[in-house]
Design a protein around this ligand. Structure first.
Ligand SMILES: Nc1ncnc2c1ncn2[C@@H]1O[C@H](COP(=O)(O)OP(=O)(O)OP(=O)(O)O)[C@@H](O)[C@H]1O
Length: 567
């Protein structure tokens, strides 16, 4: 076992994601007062060791330290659906997050192995995720990378329902350093990215609600609504395409999904209202529902009120280049005071946060914001490169899936690869694709009754299957590229031979210059021309040649005359 910091030991790798490797570990001794959870010696924990390239990036280290108190503050809230970040370790070249160890698969894997859920099961699971989001939003924290891989499933033993636990708060931002919080980048996974993020506009807590809508859709259908195609196409679909209600999705449930997926963030409900609505829908579409429950589900639209004061994500949308902020930190006035611009000084934002000690510290986000300096409204960004370029790059990077292949085990555990079993492709999936063999209703892992209409299992989206992200492409019309490449030269009219002539003249010029330099700066001048100038010597040579040519011509003439005079 290898130590991480003085308080933790790494045991075995559990899996690897885009930002680092997660290890099963254990506590060596009680953590210091700066940790959110001090723990007991021997207690099992999960430790995410960030990738070397991230740990070596000073910007990431700084961001990590800035966000530390925010992550710990969220952990102190101890929400039943949030994986706590217990402690953060920066030691030499290692950066690690110590988390609660969740003994279960993530939702991505669960979906992959078990196929889609029943609408009731999906609604109740998503309701708990919405609870977690609501708690985070209440503290001024926006997740920004909601996706099945970031939902771990606890419980599940002895017929217990699975409990979804949201993880990776704050991690996405570290991965995208240094540009993550610049105006024209977004954090997220393409098939889960909200339209405003895709367009480089300001992000608010509504991006998480959009993610919850996509997740709910994927849980029921088996794939997200805007998957497939390359990253650019996926983002474009988020921006402009309206999703259609798939077969088998009950009307009230579709109402919730539809409202979460509204293009305008202002029209999306708050996370708390999503949770409430989903529970009402689950009760109303259940086959044992009472007439009142059915009616309540049918009127679910009335529950889906938007957030009155969404949490704004500093550093997103229109802001000056380089105004990178710790993105989760709610700056002064950003919550409930949209006119303040929400762009606070990052140092100030984190420094004023109370450190979370053994007592859990205080968790009142509004209290924190009062102690932050008021910030002037963000000035409009000057004309710059189109936001899509950076968005595409960020999206491509974020699309990297978790790799869980077992690999060789070198001595040093930090360089060993994850030991969890690779995801087995379910044997039944190809069969399920055949219309002649519809899948049997399977037992719902959440203990809810099966639905009348079971969805045919769709293969998981493209980004779950391959480690090859689509190549980055600038969003310019393809036909522009070829002609532009050709017309880039200085021969726009394409005069045949002009290029060659130019080359010859250029070579000649170079030879003359070289000759001139050799002549003047070497003893050659004295050896050959007794100190005469380059020009005089060349002129003399030219005259000599002309003279000799004249002599040859005269001699030729003499010979011809002689031949004429010979009888
Ligand atoms: N707290 C935890 N307890 C147990 N297992 C965990 C925990 N956190 C992550 N894992 C597991 O470790 C693996 C990698 O997690 P990680 O968060 O790095 O993946 P990811 O979300 O795909 O990547 P990223 O968030 O970096 O894009 C996953 O299989 C996940 O199930």
């Amino acid at each position: 076992m290898r130590p991480v910091g003085s308080k933790y030991l790494l045991d075995e790798p559990l899996g690897r994601g885009a930002t680092g490797t997660v290890w099963r570990g254990r506590q060596r001794e009680v953590a210091g007062s700066e940790a959110a959870v001090q723990g007991e010696p021997g207690e099992l924990v999960a430790i995410k060791v960030l990738k070397e390239e991230l740990a070596h990036d000073p910007d990431v280290v700084m961001r990590f330290l800035r966000e530390r108190s925010v992550l710990l503050r969220l952990a102190a809230a101890n929400h039943g659906n949030i994986v706590r970040t217990r402690d953060l370790v920066v030691e030499g070249e290692v950066i690690a997050l110590v988390m609660d160890l969740i003994d279960g698969p993530d939702l991505h894997r669960h979906l992959y192995e078990n196929g889609p859920m029943t609408p009731v099961g999906a609604a109740l699971l998503t309701a708990q995720i919405a609870d977690a989001l609501a708690a985070a939003h209440g503290k001024g924290i926006v997740h920004r990378d909601l996706k099945p891989a970031n939902v771990l499933l606890a419980g599940g033993q002895d017929g217990q329902p699975l409990r979804p636990m949201l993880t990776d708060f704050g991690i996405a931002r570290l991965a995208d350093s240094p540009g993550v919080t610049r105006a024209h980048e977004f954090v997220g996974t393409p098939s889960y990215v909200a339209p405003e993020s895709a367009e480089g506009r300001e992000q608010t807590s509504a991006v998480d609600v959009y993610g919850a809508g996509i997740l709910l859709y994927e849980l029921i259908v088996g794939q997200p609504p805007f998957g497939g195609g390359n990253t650019l196409q996926v983002l474009q679909r988020h921006i402009s395409e309206q999703p259609h209600r798939p077969d088998g999705v009950p009307g009230p449930l579709w109402t919730v999904i539809d409202r979460c997926l509204r293009k305008s963030p202002d029209e999306r409900p708050s996370a708390a209202n999503v949770a409430r609505a989903l529970r009402a829908v689950a009760a109303g579409i259940n086959e044992n529902a009472t007439p009142d429950q059915r009616n309540a589900a049918l009127g679910v639209g009335a529950l889906l009120l938007p957030e009155s004061s969404p949490v704004r994500v500093p550093g997103t949308g229109i802001s000056p280049e380089g105004s990178a902020e710790p993105t989760q930190v709610m700056p002064g006035g950003s919550r409930g005071a949209p006119d303040t611009g929400g762009d606070a000084d990052s140092e100030a934002a984190t420094n004023v946060m109370p450190s979370v000690g053994a007592d859990g510290g205080r968790s009142d986000g509004l209290g924190d914001t009062r102690s932050l300096p008021a910030q002037p409204p963000t000035p409009p960004e000057p004309e710059g490169p189109h936001p899509w370029g950076d968005q595409m790059r960020a999206a491509r990077d974020r699309n990297e899936p978790t790799r869980v292949q077992p690999v060789q085990e070198p001595q040093d555990p930090l360089h060993r690869q994850p030991q969890r079993q690779p995801q087995r492709r379910p044997q039944r999936r190809p069969q399920q694709r055949q219309p002649q063999q519809p899948p049997q209703p399977r037992p719902d892992p959440y203990g809810y009754p099966p639905q009348q209409q079971q969805q045919r299992y769709q293969p998981p989206p493209q980004q779950y299957q391959r480690p090859v992200p689509p190549p980055y492409q600038e969003p310019q019309p393809r036909q522009d590229r070829e002609p532009r490449g050709r017309s880039r030269g200085a021969n726009p009219m394409r005069i045949p031979g002009l290029g060659c002539l130019k080359g010859c003249l250029f070579m000649l010029l170079i030879l003359v210059v070289i000759g001139f330099l050799i002549w003047n700066f070497t003893p050659l001048q004295d050896w050959i021309a007794d100190g005469r100038s380059f020009w005089d010597t060349v002129t003399d040579w030219f005259d000599d040649v002309r003279e000799k040519l004249g002599l040859i011509e005269e001699a030729q003439q003499g010979v011809e005359d002689l031949q004429d005079n010979v009888p």
